[in-house]
Design a binder for this molecule. Sequence first.
Ligand SMILES: [Zn+2]
Length: 343
Amino acid sequence: MASLPTMIGELRSQFMRELNEALTSKDLEALKVKYLGKKGPVQSLMHELRHATSEERPQLGKLINDLKEELLSHCDHSLHRVKLQEQNARLATEWVDVTLPGRKHNLGRAHPIQQMLQRILDILIGMGFSVRYGPDVDTDYYNFGGLNFPEDHPARDMQDTFYLENGLLLRTHTSNVQVHAMEQFEPPLRIVAPGRAFRNEDISARSHIFFHQVEGFYIDKGVTFADLMAVMEEFLSKILGEKVETLFRPSYFPFVEPGMEVDVRCTACKGKGCKLCKHTGWLEILGTGMIHPNVLRNGGIDPEIYSGFAWGMGIERLTILHYDIPDIRYFTENDQRFLEQFP
Ligand SMILES: [Zn+2]
């Protein structure tokens, strides 16, 4: 067996060769553990001391300790240097130019339809109405039958309907909430029901297959047409931001009797005639009427005791009039250049 000093010399040479090949901090950490760990060769040399005589032992012990210190010093020194190099290399790829301008983050904002809807609801809640939501997918009864649309009545053809399976359909108006609400609550009822409606129409600048409506209705003892007119005029003046002149024209909707369409004096030209009002001086704004006795009966309300009125309006239509928007399709295209115009 070789003498301890020879073994120490060989171990040192072997270590130095491996040290030169250790290029990364990971290599160096591994090398340190390999040589100086509990099961490493330096520790083994310590065990070899048992075979030395008591005279040799202190001197040999010092040689091994010196080797241990030397290897440790090499490892730590190299580790320090390599870690610095590694850090510099990383910084070189991760550098940040602090003089660059910051990234612009676009702030989200409410869609113009939602903004208009919120304005409408704020006004109506202020007038004592409460908000109810109804299902987009409903039965023929809640969308038509309960609202006094007789079977095979041509009025059903007025609203091209998306029919689904199992007798379900996409509601063609938010009026379905009327029947649901009457079934659930006792009068007096002052309810406003916003939501989406769907109709199977060709998509164009003026019509879309879905749109938003606000339905409102008021049922109590002794509600008259004068109440209807007063609430409509108050509501329209608030939503259009000025005292408006209204025109009530007779119209037909199966769920009201009498039915009316309400026009307001054109807010752009004050009635002189312009592009917005198609030179009529009036803007069609909503449909309304006294709730048909059959509808009250269907909702479990006695028309001999109670009466009420209802109205419905398209939110897209109102938004288009308010901002003079030329094409209804802008609302669904999500073009930021359009949406950014409604802060
Ligand atoms: Zn006009």
